[in-house]
Design a protein. Structure first.
Length: 488
């Protein structure tokens, strides 16, 4: 059966559809089985395209993916960046079009460097290398990776082996092999079956309990972001979190407040925190997100503790335009969106030790950091429990918080660690070591989520190595398809 041939226009329309299908694999839709379909639509007939046509197909895929899956950025720009509708739409379009360049460059290089030999292999390798590029270039944006959706699929047991990028590799490989099956290349059924059946033989659990469960209470203040940083908002935050803490009747081992729960710096918050601590049981620890200002005038987004707590954590990977302004000399003061509601943050040092609270070691990821699989794995190597605090109010009532939660679930599965997630207005949740939600607070409500978490010991293969083996494997898969000499 000859290779599929699509007109470039039809191919681009299918690519936009593939991007939308990829969004449907993620929360809240969670149609994970569409992942291979999306990859297959991109692979379909790609070797009939010139490098430029392949780039256009990749860009079309990116428009469909980020235009549907990252549409929440409009909420952040318009609702909380105080930007008018026309300008907010323009900035959102530029954001989406810029991110779409990543799959465009990936497919351009793929067609430029490879031929039809073992194309189903080299395509999957190129896909993962493109995701790797998007993870670190220009500070990185590993949102809506193809493998994230597989946290609930039969492929999920691969996550502790190789992490999200191995899931992306297998999903893309399934898509390209599926196209080969449509071409009546029946041999393709064998590797597909192997990829999807091997998980049945993998260990159900790579880690084991390290002690007795801890009783935790995660507090969700549900404060109005529009007034949070005003004097009124500061008073309301102090009162609400103090009252929620006093209302804990069973003296939990650990209480957690979300990111920047008190909209003030630690120095100003100290009297409030000391009053709260005076009402805590002697063996109760409290962790809270807080902003810090050191003696040199540097600002940090941090997690600190009260009571039975040792150490602190300062956020390492900051959010551009949210915590600092790139090209500040050019952009500052041009539009309201670029005016940060607080001073620009400074990144904390790499390699920070986990906190110790309530008798266990706790690895930290503040907000955006939870989407970086290797950063979380680095924390999990030395921690029995993972904590992420976040202010997802910036997402509004979009699909963003649910996507964020799904990535936290995958971090739990990858590392065999339970995750406690405290947010300002949702989704606050407790996640077990297999990525399953065991308790969850309602969104957009003031709530206190009580439950138990178990510290875990042992390391998954992914926690030991991180993503580099999968990235290396993806590069090796490209080699058979490389054109050693260019056609005349």
């Amino acid at each position: 059966m000859p290779a599929f041939r699509l007109s470039p226009a039809v191919g681009c329309l299918l690519a936009v559809a593939a991007g939308i299908l990829t969004t449907l694999t993620a929360s809240p839709f969670e149609l994970w089985w569409l992942g291979p379909v999306a990859a297959g639509l991109i692979y379909l007939g790609i070797h009939t395209l010139t490098p430029g046509q392949a780039a256009l197909r990749g860009w079309s895929y990116g428009l469909g993916l980020f235009g549907s899956g990252a549409s929440w950025v409009y909420v952040s720009i318009h609702d909380y960046g105080y930007t008018g509708v026309p300008l907010a739409l323009l900035l959102t379009v530029l954001f989406v079009a810029g991110l779409a360049l990543f799959p465009a460059v990936t497919l351009w290089l793929y067609r430029r460097l490879t031929g039809p030999r073992l194309a189903w292999l080299s395509f999957a390798g190129a896909w993962v290398l493109g995701e790797w590029l998007r993870t670190w270039l220009f500070t990185g944006f590993p949102w809506l990776l193809l493998g994230t959706s597989q946290v609930d699929s039969p492929l999920a047991p691969w996550a502790p082996v190789g992490g999200v990028y191995l899931l992306s590799l297998i999903t893309a490989l399934t898509g390209s092999l599926g196209v080969e099956l449509l071409r009546r290349r029946w041999w393709a059924a064998l590797p597909v079956a192997a990829l999807w059946l091997v998980p049945l033989a993998l260990p159900a659990q790579w880690t084991s309990p390290a002690g007795e469960p801890l009783r935790v209470a995660l507090l969700q203040g549900n404060l109005d972001q529009a007034i949070k940083w005003t004097a009124e908002g500061q008073r309301e935050a102090a009162n609400r979190y103090s009252e929620l803490t006093r209302a804990q009747d069973d003296d939990p081992d650990l209480i957690v407040w979300p990111e920047a729960a008190l909209p003030m710096f630690e120095r100003e918050a100290r009297p409030i925190l000391e009053r709260v601590q005076s009402n805590l049981a002697p063996d109760t620890a409290l962790l809270t997100g807080i902003l810090q200002r050191d003696g040199e005038g540097l600002y940090y987004n941090s997690v600190i503790g009260l009571g039975d707590v040792e150490g602190e954590y300062r956020k390492t990977h900051l959010v551009p335009f949210g915590e600092y302004l790139p090209l500040e000399s050019l952009l500052a003061g041009t539009i309201a969106f670029f005016d940060l509601p607080m001073p620009a943050m400074t990144p904390g040092p790499e390699g920070q030790a986990p906190l110790r609270a309530a008798g266990t070691t706790i690895g930290n990821a503040i907000c955006y950091e939870i989407i970086y699989a290797d950063r979380v794995a680095a924390q999990a190597r030395h921690a029995a429990l993972l904590l992420t605090v976040s202010n997802d109010t910036w997402f509004g009532r979009s699909i963003g918080p649910l996507q964020h939660l799904q990535m936290a679930r995958l971090r739990a599965l990858e590392n065999g660690r339970q995750v406690i997630r405290a947010t300002s207005n949702g989704v606050t949740a407790i996640i077990d070591e297999r990525g399953h939600i065991t308790a969850r607070a309602p969104q957009f409500e003031t709530a206190s989520l009580a439950g138990e978490v178990t510290p875990m010991q042992g390391l998954t293969p992914f926690t030991r190595t991180g993503s580099w083996p999968t990235w290396l494997l993806a590069a090796l898969l490209l080699l058979p398809g490389l054109r050693l000499r260019r056609k005349p």
